[in-house]
Design a protein around this ligand. Structure first.
Ligand SMILES: N[C@@H](CCC(=O)N[C@@H](CS)C(=O)NCC(=O)O)C(=O)O
Length: 249
């Protein structure tokens, strides 16, 4: 098989989802850790929505984390990323979908992007009402639902699966803007997130993401080897931030 380049910064929960899936399967990738907002014209040719992650393997280019992990599952040996039972597998896929849409909308766009990225990259003000509603109304509803889906021990479907690796990553981005899960109100989710940190390949990737959030973009490539990741020879990073067709500005 051709060597794989994964494009996208591990600050992105979707990139960490794919990197964690690669770790479970024992797949080595070279990483081009760019922010999608700094992607150059070549990046846009590969990723028409200017989104990460992008998987490049020889002539094959794949966009979208769910498409990529499904491809990994179908082409690589190693432990399955999904529960074996079809009903549980379908439920795990639903939680992946819930994470990729509603959960990321609130934790990623309405909290992390609004507070940390929008002012920094685009010089526009944080919308305080969007943040208030996300933190005080929308996130509690999400957490009430997740609490009902989370077991007291182990992972969402017993063994670690793509459901866990899809739902957990964005909580790091929320934490970076001081939004945390209250263990008194959501004890199961809170304890499960701790298990994800200490018992799964997502933990070291989350540590890398937190380190990158404190590091200037230009130095991100140099931070990778310390975390056992190889940097891609060529980077598709540009100099000026650009919004994509779906960036909620
Ligand atoms: N459904 C996509 C979503 C990917 C996505 O939204 N990635 C964010 C980074 S966390 C991105 O590239 N955003 C840039 C933009 O939309 O402008 C997936 O699963 O890969």
């Amino acid at each position: 098989m051709a060597a794989v380049t994964l494009i996208g910064s591990p600050v992105s929960p979707y990139v960490r989802k794919v990197l964690a899936a690669c770790a479970v399967k024992g797949i080595e990738v070279e990483l081009d850790p760019i922010s999608p907002m700094y992607g150059n014209d070549d990046f846009e040719r590969l990723s028409p929505l200017r989104r990460v992650p992008v998987w490049v393997e020889g002539d094959l280019t794949l966009c979208d984390s769910s498409v990529i992990v499904q491809y990994i599952e179908e082409t690589r040996p190693g432990p399955s990323l999904w529960p074996a039972d079809p009903a549980r597998r379908a439920k795990a896929r639903w939680l992946e979908e819930f994470a990729d849409t509603r959960l990321f909308d609130v934790l990623g766009w309405r909290l992390f992007f609004q507070i940390a990225l929008k002012p920094r990259f685009f010089g526009t003000e944080t919308d305080a009402e969007v943040v208030r509603k996300a933190r005080d109304v929308e996130l509690p509803m999400i957490l009430d639902y997740l609490e009902s889906q989370t077991p007291e021990t182990g992972f969402l479907f017993g063994e670690l699966s793509l459901a866990d690796l899809s739902v957990a990553p964005a909580f790091v981005n929320a934490g970076a803007v001081q939004v945390h899960v209250d263990p008194a109100r959501w004890p199961r989710v809170s304890a499960w997130l701790e298990r994800m940190e200490s018992e799964t390949p997502l933990g070291p990737l989350n540590t890398l993401a937190r380190a990158l959030m404190r590091t200037p973009l230009a130095a991100h490539r140099d931070s990778l080897p310390e975390f056992g990741l190889a940097a891609a020879a060529v980077s598709l990073g540009g100099q000026t931030p650009r919004a994509g067709p779906m960036t909620p500005l």
